[in-house]
Design a protein around this ligand. Structure first.
Ligand code: DAH
Length: 352
């Protein structure tokens, strides 16, 4: 363990110094702090270590932890270099007025739908066939609807996962602060209050989070939520719907499985995994060597949540899931950075 820490201390300061782009920095960040990052793995080993050894390696471990500061400094430098370069560059108007598409001859470029919109329309069509209707829930909602009603009271640790932006206003609804919704799960309570079961709804829309941005995390993104409430629903229905969904989006050969997960608003909760479409399950960089990719969070709606929505959990059960269409589109089209979607870069958008 000590050697490993030494090795990180030897290697990473240089790697950070030599990072040329923000993306390089993000990759280094993931290498250290990501789910399978060196630091994450080291911290897991701590449990089994002798106390004295822990005391001894602590200072060095902290130095590795502090590499994040160097990484942020390097990012700042790269940004500044970028600004300086921009200032010295001339605007290439010819490139902006890029050639008209071949099917127009009036010199104007023909636009098309945004890639996530294309992807989301496909999803909507797919679930319409099963009788699901589209529902629109507010993007600005109360703390109550976004968190509390979903079993996430103010001090609940799960709030860290879904930190968001609060509206700085004296205006509250029923003593609940307003915020930018962190997930489309806020729709669950609106749907249950508005309709009586059986319910088959799907919600697509913008969500917001106070995120540390990297190639897999963006502060503004879309989600797709499914809310299905009826008598006698079970995890078997969830498995069926997951297979239906992923097989249509990624091809009939994809293998789909449910893995136990935790969400305060579902019981039991599951993660929907699809076999990695890049390595076909043998393990690669994109799936972190495990052969499976996590594509959605899901579960049986918690009885308390049903009750909060005025649905009797002794009669009805519910299935809900939440998916990030951009993440799925990234997989399908091999896009490496989620931030591409909202950058407004025509060179990226025109590829679709
Ligand atoms: N709202 C969750 C998130 O944004 C995703 C999710 C998980 C939605 C489980 C669900 C669910 O409806 O049942 O991370």
């Amino acid at each position: 363990m000590e050697e490993k820490i030494e090795q990180l201390l030897n290697e990473f300061p240089d790697k950070i110094k030599n990072a040329k782009t923000l993306k390089d920095c993000d990759m280094l960040f993931l290498e250290l702090y990501g789910k399978k990052g060196h630091l994450t793995l080291l911290t897991r080993e701590f449990r089994n270590l002798d106390k004295n050894l822990l005391q001894r390696i602590r200072p060095k471990f902290l130095s590795v932890k502090n590499l994040e500061i160097d990484l942020n400094k390097r990012k700042e430098e790269i940004r500044e270099e970028g600004y300086r370069k921009l200032e010295s560059e001339k605007l290439d108007l010819e490139e902006i007025a890029s050639p008209a598409s071949p099917d127009r001859n009036d010199g104007r470029r023909k636009g098309h739908l945004h890639p996530t919109t294309i992807f989301m329309q496909e999803i909507v069509e797919l679930f319409k066939k099963l009788g699901f209707q589209q529902y629109d829930a507010p993007q600005i909602d109360t703390d109550y609807n976004n968190f509390e009603v979903l079993n996430i009271p103010p001090e609940h640790p799960a709030r860290d996962l879904w930190d968001t932006l609060y509206i700085n206003s004296k205006f509250e609804i029923r003593n609940s602060k307003l915020l930018l919704r962190t997930h489309t799960s806020n729709s669950q309570i609106h749907i249950m209050r508005e309709f009586k079961p059986p319910i088959r709804m799907m919600v697509l829309g913008r969500c917001f989070r106070y995120e540390n941005l990297d190639p897999r995390h963006e502060h503004t993104f879309d989600q797709f939520e499914l809310v299905y409430i009826d008598k006698g629903l079970s995890m078997a229905n969830l498995q069926f719907l997951s297979e239906y969904f992923l097989k249509h989006m990624f091809g009939q050969e994809i293998k789909v499985r449910l893995q136990p997960g935790y969400y305060p608003f579902t019981e039991p909760s599951a993660k929907i995994l699809g076999e990695c479409i890049f390595c076909k399950g043998s393990g690669c960089k994109i799936c972190g060597g495990v052969g499976w990719l996590e594509l959605a969070g899901a579960g049986m709606i918690h009885p308390k949540v049903l009750e909060n929505g005025g649905v009797d959990p002794n009669i009805y059960s519910g299935i809900a899931w939440g998916v990030g269409p951009a993440r799925m589109a990234m997989l399908k089209w091999g896009i490496e950075d989620i931030r591409e979607f909202l950058k407004g870069d025509l060179k990226f958008l025109q590829k679709f």
